[in-house]
Design a protein around this ligand. Sequence first.
Ligand SMILES: Cc1cc2nc3c(=O)[nH]c(=O)nc-3n(C[C@H](O)[C@H](O)[C@H](O)COP(=O)(O)O)c2cc1C
Length: 211
Amino acid sequence: MSTVLYITSNPKSEKDSYSLKVGREFLNAYKIKNPGDNIFEIDTFKAGVPLIDKDVLKGWSRMASGTSFGVLTTDEQQKIKKIDKFTDQFIAADKYIFVTPMWNFTVPAMMKAYIDTICIVNRTFKYTQNGAEGLLKGKKAVHIQASGGVYSEGPAKDFEMGNRYIKSICMFLGITFDGSIFIEGIQADPNKANEILQGATDLAVKTAETF
Ligand SMILES: Cc1cc2nc3c(=O)[nH]c(=O)nc-3n(C[C@H](O)[C@H](O)[C@H](O)COP(=O)(O)O)c2cc1C
């Protein structure tokens, strides 16, 4: 039995979002194959993801110099506690499904804020003499991304930073990146909307069956 995090970052409702639609199809297919798994959904727009601000940096720095958590200011404690909760939840999971729209070539800011809560030194990665090493080996992830244009091939390929970012973070943390599902080009060619959506849905269902 695995613990799965379904991590989304979109203020739209599912019916208005291509990535959320395909993400849901993935999750439904996954659940049919793995009925006993524990699945937790994190909507990064609603989950109260904290930003790394002055209090967080100050609190972390004080703890690194030996100050105990209980002596930190209330703001420092509260914000660090919130971050720790997301880190703990991420470490406790086995599989991750990231679902994002492309916004200005990358993921929405709330996904970036979430990622900042899971890249924590000595918890999800550590520094060694040979450089950084991910501590989440044996876990795996997929990324589902919708974009108006096409980035998996063609002239805009180098502009793509959302999928490359999620993939890089997974690799950095030692997580096996199991693949990407793109719903791309619907705004560039609206006549192909149904075809693009169906192709991505088929791939999502197929990928979910072995994830
Ligand atoms: C703020 C914003 C920025 C966007 N930036 C890009 C972009 O850089 N490249 C692109 O191809 N589409 C861009 N789009 C279009 C979305 O990627 C596209 O509508 C996609 O379907 C969104 O995913 P969703 O349907 O799951 O919400 C942007 C849309 C918004 C609202």
